[in-house]
Write a protein that binds this ligand. Structure first.
Ligand SMILES: [Zn+2]
Length: 451
């Protein structure tokens, strides 16, 4: 164990907690205790937290006061009572913003969170510090499952969508390096020379694990495999966050970095929702969020195992409670138990992140990965982007180049029609496919909301 890790874990981190008044390590211990409860014990813990939140909500949040008649049901069966509240869309958060804030919330305890909103308007909401602390504690619990601990050196390959000034960025980097043992590599503008340079940096820093977006990690992995380059010292894991991790990308990253890939599922406006355990299952952080899956049209809960929209109720956010908040991701849950014996229920599948899941004419969900698989067998399609404009219209953008073959374009179009139904497919040949401002390159974007 390296000295700096020990120092950070035992001195710097506790000091930072005291200075900020944080209790992340205490929450971590709580979460570690509750994961070994029986499933009924865990359910009881969740019920108690939900009951407290709902009672607070009907008493103190103007938007929810009209649900005060649910009090007896909340007392008796908070889960059943929750289902009587409406699903909360991003649009509703925008229009009802002020009425969603608790009349007891103190401004100095409110932390503003913003989401980028790649296609629509950005959404913002308030959280209290407890919420943020539980998210962080939940991440440490997940990392602990893999033998990774607070203070272990980490390299983050990250393109923050939030604009920081150069000065803020430098201060942040210094703080990250000294107090958290983290080094930051920007994930935008990743070309060959830069990747080689960054790999030198990783080698000189000797991280225990890497942390980043799948699309950036894949660029690193591809470079390493083509150049037969390996990390000088082994690392424990590569952690993928914020993006879908497809099986072939996982294999590629594992091969290049010679370690397992850990998948976490979180959302900027939903917190850390699930963490992969070493047995390969995604465990839901049910002590931080009450998770439901509802039908895309009726908004009624679907049977366990069936796909639908995930809606979440953050159990620790009392300043601006968002009950049954619709994230936009399509998931299914499982009622199976993991071989690792942790009581936390399992996420069966994550079909797609917000607006990269398309809706076919017959109502079926089409995962963005479908288009990538289609393009893979068409040799002259180098880069593309599909944008679903409505249930009936889709734009297929293809990168223009000298070898581009019309046969491949036609086959791509045909493949789409076969899966999506007889919709209008508009093909555009473009000189460049733009990345997002965060540096992410997206192949599939749905431009209409599922509300
Ligand atoms: Zn497990």
């Amino acid at each position: 164990m390296r000295l700096k890790s020990v120092f950070i874990r035992n001195v710097a981190f506790p000091m930072m907690e005291t200075m900020k008044g944080n209790q992340i390590r205490r929450h971590l211990r709580e979460l570690q205790a509750s994961e070994s409860l029986s499933s009924s014990g865990l359910q009881q813990l969740q019920d108690n937290m939900l009951r407290t939140l709902l009672l607070h909500t009907i008493d103190h949040v103007p938007f929810y006061k009209e649900y005060a008649h649910l009090r007896p049901l909340i007392e008796k069966d908070p889960g059943a009572a929750l289902r009587r509240f409406p699903v909360l869309t991003k649009e509703m958060v925008r229009t009802e913003f002020d009425r969603l804030i608790s009349d007891q919330a103190k401004r100095e305890h409110m932390i503003l969170n913003r989401t980028g909103g790649s296609t629509g308007q950005p959404t913002q909401f308030y959280m209290d510090r407890l919420t943020v602390e539980y998210y962080e504690a939940a991440r440490w619990r997940g990392l602990n499952w893999w033998g990774i601990h607070i203070g272990d050196p980490c390299v983050m390959i990250w393109g923050s969508p939030i604009e920081l000034t150069r000065q803020q960025l430098q201060t942040q980097r210094l703080k990250d390096r000294l107090l958290k043992n983290q080094v930051f590599i920007p994930s935008f503008d990743l070309h060959k020379e830069k990747i080689a340079e960054y790999l030198d940096l990783i080698d000189s820093y000797h991280p225990v694990y890497l942390f980043g977006w799948a699309s950036a990690l894949v660029l690193f992995a591809e470079f390493m495999l083509t150049e037969s380059r390996k990390l000088r010292r082994p690392i424990k894991a590569v952690l993928n966050t914020a993006e879908m991790l497809y099986p072939h990308d996982r294999l590629l990253i594992e091969k290049a970095f010679e370690c397992p890939v850990i998948n976490e599922y979180g959302a900027r406006d939903g917190g850390l929702l699930a963490y992969e355990c070493p047995s390969g299952n995604m465990h839901l952080n049910v002590e931080t969020a009450w998770i439901e899956v509802v039908d895309i049209d009726t908004k009624e809960p679907v049977a366990t195992g069936e796909k639908g929209l995930i809606v979440i109720t953050d159990l620790h956010n009392f300043v601006m409670p968002r009950l049954r908040y619709q994230l936009g991701d399509v998931v299914s849950l499982s009622d199976e138990t993991c071989t690792c014996k942790r009581a936390l229920p399992l996420l069966k599948s994550l079909e797609g992140r917000e607006n990269d899941t398309f809706i076919a004419l017959d109502g079926a969900y089409v995962n963005g990965q479908f288009f990538t698989n289609l393009a893979r067998i068409l040799p002259t399609i180098r880069q593309f982007q599909v944008v679903q404009k409505s249930r009936n219209e889709l734009v297929l953008r293809i990168l223009q180049h000298d070898q581009l073959d019309q046969v491949d374009i036609d086959a791509f179009r045909e493949g789409i029609l076969e899966r999506m139904g007889k919709i209008n497919v508009i093909v555009e040949l473009v000189p460049e496919i733009a990345r997002q401002s965060s540096g992410k390159y997206r192949t599939s974007i749905r431009e209409f909301s599922l509300n």
